[in-house]
Design a protein around this ligand. Structure first.
Ligand code: ZN
Length: 191
């Protein structure tokens, strides 16, 4: 994300709350720092990982802060964990969850690949607590992979070629529908 966008994003911060202590922190001193990051050893592509500095202290990935900010794109206010916010900078993602939801309303979703990608973007925008809650109900990918060797078939022996199926823990097929896990049939391209 370029510096100009970062500056605008920082200006759009409304408040930062320490969830645990239930106190709002002073956001006047907020700045960011960035670390170069290579996708892999041989990659030419260089990006940055951003970290927030509050009162002169760099905030780690694991923290209890929740941030309220106004989206640069759709102007809606969102509340997300601070980590989600900094990930946006690192991923150069200017959109918020509402952007994606608004976008989905007007755009026709064409194929499974798009549904999967879309679902992922929306899910990643959710608060960590909401994600944790979700996985209290449904299997994570790791849990599925763990179980996979013991799965013999799907739908009453209808499908036995388990290796042709991929598990996606969170899929949102239509706007307004809740997330649910789906099995993707790679050969037939259906969820
Ligand atoms: Zn937005």
């Amino acid at each position: 994300m370029n510096q100009n966008t970062i500056d605008r994003l920082l200006k759009n911060i409304i408040s930062i709350e320490d969830k645990k202590q239930k106190i709002f922190v002073d956001i006047n001193t907020i700045t960011v720092t960035k670390y170069p990051y290579k996708h892999n050893k041989n990659s030419e592509m260089k990006s940055y990982i951003y970290k927030i500095i509050l009162n002169g202290k760099e905030i780690n990935k694991k923290n209890n802060y929740r941030i309220k900010y106004q989206c640069l794109f759709c102007q809606h206010e969102s509340i997300v964990n601070l980590e989600v916010f900094t990930n946006k900078m690192s991923n150069n993602n200017k959109k918020c969850q509402i952007c994606y939801e608004l976008g989905n309303g007007t755009k026709m979703i064409k194929n499974c690949e798009e549904i999967i990608k879309n679902s992922q973007s929306i899910f990643m925008e959710l608060d960590n607590d909401m994600q944790d809650n979700y996985f209290r109900k449904y299997l994570t990918l790791e849990e599925y992979e763990h179980l996979r060797p013991h799965i013999c078939s799907f739908q009453n022996d209808k499908y036995k070629n388990i290796k042709d199926f991929e598990y996606y823990p969170y899929i949102k097929i239509y706007e307004g529908r809740e997330f649910c896990p789906k099995i993707y049939d790679m050969k037939r391209d259906v969820l």
